[in-house]
Design a protein around this ligand. Structure first.
Ligand SMILES: *C/C=C(C)/C=C/C=C(C)/C=C/C1=C(C)CCCC1(C)C
Length: 249
């Protein structure tokens, strides 16, 4: 690879394209959430800061990941998982903050964080220690273990503590927002295992011939949907509640 490849985006490379648009979208979202923070009432400021941190941490990692990808043509697996290890727990914190007024305890937050770390540690082992040429059994075993962590977050958001607290909040807007976030976890987060199965030895790699460049394509699209989407749900709830409080005051 020459230096030129590091500095230009090949026009027939959709993966490089999504690394650049992903970077810019995360950056723009961070600026937006950070500035809009001053427009919501005090009790929502922390939630908006967390939204901004999620997209900002991702933006910084995208800056490095797109360079890594352009320079090597390989999946930036380590950077990817460092990013997720910071941002996915912060998404769990959003669930806690939204249900805190209804009585959510810190232990709920830690359980969600623990489950997401289980999901990511096994996912990392599955990808980073996939034997040369790919191993189906390796990818399946760690994919299944990782899915256990994912299933716990999914259950908690749809039927467990988070869902129950949202109902108990007696605030239809909070209940609705938590439900939308639960949809993100069900549909948006489900894009990641599709990407995972494109690595050598993975089911989609074997059955459909989708090569490992698709791993990043799916991850980049999913990140934009989930990180910016989560932030926007929290943002619209915060703005709506701020306006409502101002009217009733
Ligand atoms: C901002 C980043 C997010 C929301 C990342 C989410 C990642 C996942 C939901 C990953 C899930 C995985 C499985 C359920 C099994 C295969 C391995 C993973 C790690 C790709």
């Amino acid at each position: 690879m020459t230096l030129l490849n590091v500095l230009t985006i090949p026009k027939d490379d959709p993966v490089a394209f999504t690394f650049f648009t992903g970077y810019m979208a995360m950056m723009a979202a961070s600026v937006f959430f950070f500035f809009e923070r001053s427009r919501v009432s005090d009790k929502w400021k922390l939630s908006l800061l967390v939204s901004a941190l999620i997209t900002f941490i991702a933006a910084v990692h995208y800056y490095y990941m797109r360079d890594y990808y352009l320079a090597t043509g390989e999946n930036p697996t380590a950077l990817r998982y460092i990013d997720w290890t910071l941002t996915v727990p912060l998404m769990c914190v959003e669930f806690y903050l939204l249900t805190k007024a209804a009585g959510a305890k810190k232990s709920l937050m830690w359980k969600l964080i623990f489950a997401s770390v289980v999901m990511l540690v096994f996912g990392y082992i599955g990808e980073a220690f996939n034997p040369e040429g790919g191993s189906t059994s390796h990818s399946v075993i760690y994919g299944v273990l990782s899915t256990l962590g994912y299933a716990y977050v999914l259950y908690t958001a749809w039927a467990g503590e988070v869902a129950k607290l949202a109902k108990a909040s007696n605030n239809p807007a909070v209940e609705r927002s938590v439900r939308i976030l639960a949809w993100f976890v069900l549909v948006g987060w489900a894009i990641y295992p599709i990407g995972y199965m494109c690595m050598p030895g993975g089911w989609l790699n074997i059955s459909l011939g989708w090569d490992s460049s698709n791993v990043d394509l799916f991850y980049n699209i999913a990140d934009a949907i989930n990180k910016i989407g989560f932030g926007l749900v929290v943002y619209s709830l915060a703005i709506g509640q701020t306006t409502k409080d101002a009217q009733t005051a």
